[in-house]
Design a protein around this ligand. Structure first.
Ligand code: URA
Length: 446
C-alpha cells in the first residue's frame, strides 16, 4: 500500500521528463488505477512515457509488486517441497510445458502452472490441453491447490483473482501501442508467475521469426529483466535463450501438438523439442532441490521418460482434470479433421529456412488459432512439417501437410506455406537450439 497521496499528472510528468518514480509513487498509481480512480487516458499517457523513456530495475520491480498484490497471491506452503514453474515467451509448435511439467512433477518437484491461450501466430498451452475431450482448465484457486496437492502438478487458466491490474493494463497496452516494452512485458509476466506461489522459476525466452522477440539481443535484454525481477522477489530464476527461427518439432496445431507431446513423453519426441525440454526440466529439478546440478537434473529427466513415470503422471493429471485419456494412448481414436492437403517442394536442394511466423499464421488460417478474441478454434486443425532446416529435399517431395475441417481455408494457408520455406543448393547446418543461459550471475554462452 502506498503511504501517501500523489498528484497523478505530476507522476506522468516525472516519467515524461525521464525522472525515476519511487516505489510508493508506482504503488499509488497502480492502486488508484485498479480502483478506477485513475482514468484510462492518464494511465495511457503514463504507459507511453514508460515505453519511450523506460523503467529502471527498481521501477520495474515496484510495478510488478503492485500488479502482483492487486489480486490474490497463493500460499502453497502446505504442500511440501520447492514449487517450480516454467514460463515461455511463446512460439510456434511450442508444446514444451506439456512434456516437461509431468517429467518434473514425476521426479518429485511440485509444478503449479497457470498458462495462457494462443496469441496471434503463437499457440497457447490451454488450447492444446482443451483439444483433449473433457480436459478442464477453468477452476477456482481452491481446486487448483487441491489438484496440486494430489498430483504434484496442476495446469490451469488464469482466474480474475490473479493479478487483475495486469489484465487491465495489458488490455490498455494492446490498444495504445505500448506492448513492446521490455520492463512492461517483464512486469506483466512476472506478476502472474509470482502470484502462483512458486519458489523458483525457469524461463524459456525465445528469439527469431516465430517469437515475440525477433533478435537474440532483444531476448537477452528481456531475459535479464525477468531474472532481475524474479531474484528481487527472492525466487531463484534462470532463463534460457532458445531459437525460434523454425517451428519447434514437426507438429503445429492444438491436437497435433498434443500428439507430439505424448510421443515425447514416451521417448519418441523430435530432437529439438526434447533437447530444450530436458534442459528446462533438468534445471527445474535442480531448482526444486532434487539434485545439485543441471546435468544430474537432465539425467533424471531422461530417466522419467525411459521408465514411463512421466507419461503416467500426464495420464493421472488428465484424468483428474476430466480429460479423456483413451485418445492419448491411441491417437486413431481421436476425431481428426475431414480434409488434409500436401504442400510440396518447388525445387530440389536443402531447407535453409522455415519461417516460423508464416507456419504459425498458416496453422491459424486452417482454424487452429484466433483472429479475433472470441473466435472458436478447431482443435484438430494445423500443419505437420515433413522436413526441417538442414534436410535435403527433392522437387515434388512433401514439405508439409495441412489439416482442416473447412476446405475453403486451405488456399490462404497454402499462400502462407509458399512464403515459409527457403531451399538452397548448398547443404545447411541444423540450428543451435539453446544459445545462452541467463541467471543472477549474468549471461553465459552455452
Ligand atoms: N505476455 C504477457 O503476459 N505480458 C506481456 O506484456 C507480453 C506477453
Amino acid at each position: 500500500m502506498s503511504s501517501k497521496e500523489y498528484n497523478i499528472v505530476s507522476l506522468i510528468r516525472k516519467k515524461r521528463d525521464t525522472q525515476q518514480l519511487n516505489r510508493d509513487e508506482i504503488s499509488y498509481l497502480i492502486e488508484e488505477y485498479t480502483k478506477d480512480e485513475v482514468p484510462d487516458y492518464q494511465m495511457s499517457a503514463f504507459l507511453m512515457a514508460s515505453y519511450l523513456n523506460g523503467l529502471d530495475e527498481d521501477e520495474a520491480s515496484a510495478l510488478t509488486h503492485s500488479m502482483l498484490h492487486s489480486g490474490r497471491v497463493l500460499d502453497l506452503s502446505d504442500i511440501p517441497g520447492k514449487k517450480v514453474d516454467k514460463h515461455s515467451t511463446g512460439g510456434v509448435g511450442d508444446k514444451l510445458s506439456l512434456i516437461l511439467a509431468p517429467i518434473v512433477a514425476s521426479c518429485g518437484v511440485p509444478v503449479p502452472m497457470i498458462s495462457g491461450r494462443g496469441l496471434g501466430h503463437t499457440g497457447g498451452t490451454l488450447d492444446k490441453m482443451e483439444s483433449v475431450p473433457g480436459f478442464n482448465v477453468d477452476m477456482t484457486l481452491e481446486r487448483y491447490q487441491q489438484i496440486l496437492a494430489k498430483c504434484n502438478m496442476v495446469m490451469a487458466g488464469q482466474t480474475e483473482e490473479v493479478a487483475p491490474a495486469d489484465k487491465r493494463l495489458y488490455a490498455l497496452r494492446d490498444v495504445t501501442a505500448t506492448v513492446e516494452s521490455i520492463p512492461l512485458i517483464a512486469g506483466s509476466i512476472m506478476s502472474k508467475k509470482l502470484a502462483e506461489g512458486i519458489d523458483a522459476l525457469v524461463l524459456d525466452v525465445k528469439f527469431g521469426s516465430g517469437a515475440f522477440m525477433k533478435t537474440r539481443e532483444e531476448a537477452e535484454e528481456l531475459a535479464e529483466a525477468l531474472v532481475a525481477i524474479g531474484e528481487d522477489f527472492g525466487k531463484e530464476t534462470v532463463a534460457y535463450l532458445t531459437n525460434m527461427n523454425q517451428p519447434l518439432g514437426y507438429k503445429i496445431g492444438n491436437w497435433l501438438e498434443m500428439e507430439e507431446s505424448m510421443d515425447g513423453l514416451q521417448g519418441k519426441g523430435p530432437d529439438d523439442v526434447m533437447e530444450v525440454t530436458h534442459m528446462l526440466a533438468g534445471t527445474m529439478i535442480m531448482l526444486g532441490g532434487k539434485v545439485s546440478s543441471v546435468k544430474e537434473g537432465i539425467k533424471m529427466s531422461h530417466q522419467a521418460i525411459e521408465n514411463g513415470q512421466a507419461f503416467e503422471k500426464w495420464l493421472e493429471l488428465t484424468e483428474e482434470q476430466g480429460g479423456d485419456t483413451s485418445v492419448l494412448k491411441d491417437f486413431s481414436a481421436y476425431d481428426h479433421t475431414e480434409y488434409s492437403f500436401e504442400f510440396s517442394a518447388p525445387q530440389s536442394g536443402y531447407i535453409s529456412e522455415i519461417d516460423a511466423y508464416s507456419i504459425g499464421m498458416g496453422s491459424l488460417e486452417l482454424g487452429a488459432g484466433r483472429k479475433k478474441k472470441d473466435d472458436i478454434i478447431d482443435p484438430a486443425a494445423g500443419i505437420e512439417l515433413k522436413k526441417k532446416i538442414g534436410d535435403q529435399v527433392k522437387k515434388g517431395e512433401t514439405l508439409a501437410v495441412g489439416f482442416t475441417n473447412n476446405k475453403q481455408l486451405t488456399e490462404t494457408a497454402i499462400n502462407k506455406l509458399e512464403n515459409a520455406f527457403t531451399i538452397r543448393e548448398q547443404s545447411v547446418e541444423k540450428l543451435k537450439m539453446i544459445t545462452h543461459r541467463v541467471d543472477k550471475n549474468g549471461v553465459h554462452e552455452m
